[in-house]
Design a protein around this ligand. Structure first.
Ligand SMILES: Nc1ncnc2c1ncn2[C@@H]1O[C@H](COP(=O)(O)OP(=O)(O)O)[C@@H](O)[C@H]1O
Ligand SMILES: [Mg+2]
Length: 273
């Protein structure tokens, strides 16, 4: 049984008629992590946002999107709105865009959790404190009093992960959540994604350029190119036995980059651990 089933997804520009994703079908099994890899512009973000019906109005989509047996594509904006955050939780590249710049982090967290669960203020603070400590954010109360611009990109992403721990969504969709971060923050955030998978076993769609990260996190991988899925399969198999030339190219560039990095730094690279 699949948790999420996407069938014949087509995404196009409603104004120009330009087709970005001609026909995609894939599924996410409960408790598993599906990685989507592919070069910039291959349709990864449009695909993620289509699942949540979050693409701009000018972007059109067709096809069936089934979450736990419910056709998401047929829901009204209000109904899908209720499922965003609680059932489908999106973590974007830039944490800053996920938060309202004019309010303190704690207010944002409270509004989100009251909206989905109706918890009291003290319940929310307790749960968030616990979750923030889990993602190694020290001084959670101090952080909740800060505004987004007062925190680093890595901290904002870890707050997003902490909120996911509290919300317990059915699926976390993470769209290149570490690509805007510096190396240290990238490592810290990645560590939390790995822990999230290990400790909570939550189902996840993880978009990334970084094959090292994908190797650590994903059970299955989709390789996208020019809007189409050109290869798919078990993560471990795909890395060693990629059939499509493009996948082999991605894997070999990753290996070459890693080797280069090892030579430059004289040591092992974290993504290979
Ligand atoms: N809002 C938009 N309007 C027009 N074209 C878009 C829009 N969003 C994305 N595209 C185009 O769709 C293609 C796929 O984009 P995207 O899904 O963002 O790629 P990826 O996430 O793989 O880098 C690109 O060619 C991009 O230019
Ligand atoms: Mg993208």
């Amino acid at each position: 049984m699949s948790l999420l089933q996407v069938s014949d997804l087509r995404i196009w520009d409603g104004i120009t008629g330009n087709v970005f994703v001609p026909n995609s079908s894939f599924e996410l099994k409960p408790g598993s992590c599906l990685a989507i890899v592919g070069e910039s512009g291959s349709g990864k973000s449009l695909t993620c946002r289509a699942i949540m019906k979050l693409n701009k109005r000018t972007i059109r989509q067709s096809g069936d999107i089934l979450l736990k047996g419910i056709r998401l594509d047929q829901l009204s904006e209000k109904e899908i709105g209720r499922r965003r955050g609680k059932q489908l939780y999106l973590i974007l590249q830039n944490g800053m865009r996920a938060f309202d710049p004019t309010s303190a982090i704690g207010i944002h967290l409270r509004e989100t959790l009251v909206h989905h669960y109706g918890w009291s203020r003290s319940e929310i603070v307790d749960k968030m404190k616990q979750a923030m400590l889990m993602v190694r954010l020290k001084d959670p109360v101090e952080i909740m009093n800060k505004y987004p611009h007062q925190l680093s990109g890595g901290m904002l992403q870890r707050i997003m992960i902490a909120l996911a721990i509290v919300l317990e969504p059915d699926i976390i969709i993470a769209d290149e959540p570490t690509s805007a971060l510096d190396t240290v923050s990238k490592y810290e955030v990645m560590e939390q994604f790995v822990r999230l998978r290990e400790n909570m076993g939550c189902s996840m769609i993880f978009v990334s350029h970084d094959l090292g990260i994908v190797r650590k996190l994903a059970d299955e991988v989709l390789v996208m190119r020019n809007g189409s899925i050109v290869e798919r399969g078990d993560a471990s198999v795909l890395f060693s036995e990629a059939e499509h030339e493009y996948t082999r190219f991605l894997v070999s560039s990753h290996t070459a980059l890693n080797e280069h990095f090892k030579r430059v730094t004289g040591g092992p690279v974290y993504v290979n651990r």
